[in-house]
Design a protein around this ligand. Structure first.
Ligand code: ZN
Ligand code: ZN
Ligand code: ZN
Length: 257
């Protein structure tokens, strides 16, 4: 079936512009150089699945007029992918009496339960809480008729999840992709990849490294995300191959899920 992917945020953990930075990209007037923290929304058959709740989630949801969510998938628990969890409140209230499901690796689910104890503590009596429920991921998920397959990625010393969904895949924060995961990423129409900058980084992929992944996997279209202020949108795009582009906040594309 047809699905629509919206890039809610395309920036690295500090966002672009970065607080206090005087560089040209942080002062660019091109709206595509304004990058909130990394997240995507996938909509199909009247359902909406969110990947990660960034510290910018509230702003992203207002910008894209998000009216409902049916599930949230977490890639990992770094602050730039998680800290907007409390802003799920207005969308989660519609889920009463059932709660909005949050899917995460079993270790990540435990971390989230621990870090946001007030949300999951049945005795917490003050104020409105997100009506959410943690569901550890054990293999592929069937969400509203679409399959979401967790893809193990290497993120520095940690293993995190990317996700494949139909002909699309979203592989944020990674420094490497294991062979077994590459085998699950054949025949893609749309591939999103971490490409922080040109300079090597211990926990993130670079433009060069992600171009090599694209050359290996040969998706029809590839988009880079988790981008820092080293990459001006227009100039960087002009230097990339025809089927590879930088993503940007608000970018939408259709694909088969
Ligand atoms: Zn990140
Ligand atoms: Zn800057
Ligand atoms: Zn991370």
């Amino acid at each position: 079936m047809k699905a629509m992917l919206t890039v809610l945020g395309s920036g690295t953990s500090m966002g672009v512009p970065t607080i206090g930075c005087d560089c040209a990209v942080c002062h660019s007037t091109d709206p595509r150089d304004r990058r909130t923290r990394p997240s995507v929304l996938i909509e199909y058959a009247g359902h909406s699945v969110l990947i990660d709740t960034t510290p910018d989630f509230r702003e992203q949801a207002i910008r894209e007029n998000i009216r409902s969510l049916d599930a949230v998938l977490y890639t990992h628990t770094h602050a730039d992918h998680l800290l907007g969890i409390d802003d799920l409140r207005p969308l989660s209230f519609k889920h009463k009496p059932n709660r909005l499901p949050l899917y995460a690796h079993p270790d990540a689910a435990e971390f989230i339960r621990d870090m946001f104890r007030y949300i999951f503590d049945a005795d917490y009596k003050f104020g409105g809480l997100p009506q959410v429920e943690l569901r550890p991921i054990n293999g592929s998920l069937d969400l509203f008729g679409a399959k979401f397959q967790p893809i193990v990625l290497i993120h520095g010393d940690a293993e995190i999840y990317g996700f494949r969904f139909g002909s699309g895949a979203y592989l944020t924060d990674h420094s490497d992709i294991p062979e077994e995961s590459l085998n699950k990423l054949q025949g893609l129409d749309v591939l999103f990849l971490d490409a922080l900058r040109y300079k090597p980084h211990p926990t993130h992929s670079t433009v060069e490294h992600s171009l090599a992944t694209v050359a290996r996997l040969k998706p029809r279209r590839a988009f880079f995300t988790h981008i820092c202020h080293d990459l001006p949108h227009e100039a960087t795009n002009a230097s990339l191959p025809e089927n590879v582009k930088l993503s940007y906040d608000g970018m939408k594309l259709e694909f088969e899920i």
